[in-house]
Design a protein around this ligand. Structure first.
Ligand code: ATP
Length: 293
C-alpha cells in the first residue's frame, strides 16, 4: 500500500508499493485442466509449472488452443484445476471453498478482459468505476479517492475521470480497465489478451502504461498473441499443447525441465532429431544432445 502523503509520480515510483525483491506473486505447480464435453475430453493443461515474479510483467504466449486462457482463469481464481496447485499471494487456491475463493479473488486479484466493453459499465464514469472496484475490494474511501487520482494520472487518462466509457477511445477504455483492476493494489492483475482489439499505436501506449504500473509495484500476467506485448514483458512463458515449452527471461530463452526430467526442445531443435532419439552426453559445464549416427 502507498504511504501517507505519498505522490504517485511517473518519475519517482513509490518504493513502498514494490513487492520485496525476489517475491513471487503466483506459483503454479503441476497444473492440469481437463474439460469434459459430449465430444470427449480436452486436456488443456498437462502439468504446468510456472512462477510469476512480483512487480513484473509476465506474458503468456502460445498458439491458439495452447492453454493460455485456461491458465489465466485458474490464476484469476475463476476456475479450478483438475489437478495440481495454484498459489496467489501466498493463498493456496486449490482446495479452497467457493466462498473463500471468491473473497481471495475480490481482494487480491484484478482482471482485465480482452474486449473493452466487457470490462466497463456504460452508465458509470471512469471515477465511478474505480470507486466501485475499490469498494468491492474492501478498500476505504479515502484510499480509493487518492489512488483514483494517482492511477488515472499514471495511465494518462486523468482528464477523462468524469467521462463515460462511450466517450473514451478503445485504448482509453483498456487503460481504465487496468486502473479498475489495480485500484486497492491487488497482489496480481490478470489480463487476457488486453491488446487484441487495439491497433499497434494504441497497443504501444497501453503497454507503456502497463510498464508504469509494474514500476510502481503492480504484478501483471497477460496472455497475448502480440509480439509487441511479449517483447515488453520481463518474462515470457511460452505454452505449447498445454505445457510450458520455454521461458524467456532477460532476453534468454530457457527450456523447462520438469520434475521427471523431461525437456521440451524448441521446435527448430526438434527437427534435428527426426528419429526422436538422442545421445545424451554429460560434459563439465552442461549436457549435449547429439543425433545418433
Ligand atoms: N469450457 C471448455 N470446454 C471444453 N473445451 C475447452 C473449454 N475451454 C477451453 N477448451 C479447450 O481447451 C484448449 C485450450 O483452450 P484455451 O482457451 O485455454 O487456449 P488459448 O491458448 O487461450 O487459445 P486462444 O489463443 O485461441 O484463446 C482448447 O483446445 C479449447 O478448445
Amino acid at each position: 500500500m502507498t504511504g501517507p502523503g505519498h505522490r504517485w509520480s511517473r518519475t519517482v515510483p513509490p518504493v513502498t508499493t514494490r513487492p520485496a525483491a525476489g517475491s513471487l506473486a503466483a506459483v503454479c505447480d503441476g497444473l492440469v485442466r481437463i474439460y469434459w464435453s459430449p465430444s470427449g475430453e480436452v486436456h488443456a493443461l498437462k502439468g504446468v509449472d510456472a512462477v510469476v515474479p512480483g512487480g513484473r510483467l509476465t506474458a503468456i504466449t502460445g498458439p491458439s488452443g495452447s492453454g493460455k486462457s485456461s491458465l489465466l482463469r485458474i490464476l484469476a481464481a475463476q476456475d479450478r484445476p483438475t489437478a495440481g496447485r495454484a498459489e496467489v499471494a501466498g493463498h493456496l487456491l486449490t482446495g479452497m471453498s467457493a466462498r473463500r475463493l471468491r473473497a481471495v479473488r475480490r481482494r487480491h486479484i484484478g482482471y482485465v478482459f480482452p474486449r473493452p466493453p466487457q470490462n466497463l459499465l456504460p452508465h458509470l464514469t471512469a471515477r465511478e468505476h474505480l470507486a466501485m472496484a475499490g469498494r468491492l475490494r474492501g478498500v476505504g474511501r479515502a484510499q480509493v479517492t487518492r489512488e483514483t487520482g494517482e492511477l488515472l494520472d499514471l495511465l494518462g487518462i486523468a482528464d477523462r475521470a468524469d467521462h463515460l466509457p462511450g466517450q473514451l477511445s478503445g485504448g482509453e477504455q483498456q487503460r481504465l480497465a487496468f486502473a479498475q483492476a489495480v485500484v486497492g493494489r491487488p497482489a496480481l492483475v490478470v489480463a487476457d489478451e488486453p491488446t487484441s482489439e487495439l491497433d499497434s499505436v494504441t497497443t504501444h501506449d497501453l503497454l507503456g502504461a502497463v510498464h508504469e504500473l509494474t514500476r510502481t509495484g503492480t504484478t501483471v500476467v497477460m496472455a497475448t498473441h502480440d509480439p509487441l506485448a511479449a517483447a515488453a514483458a520481463h518474462q515470457v512463458i511460452h505454452l505449447r499443447s498445454g505445457t510450458v515449452a520455454s521461458e524467456e527471461v532477460a532476453g534468454r530463452r530457457l527450456a523447462v525441465v520438469d520434475g521427471d526430467g523431461r525437456v521440451q526442445l524448441p521446435e527448430e531443435a526438434l527437427t534435428r532429431f527426426p528419429s526422436r532419439r538422442v545421445l545424451v552426453e554429460l560434459t563439465d559445464d552442461g549436457v549435449v544432445l547429439r543425433r545418433p549416427s
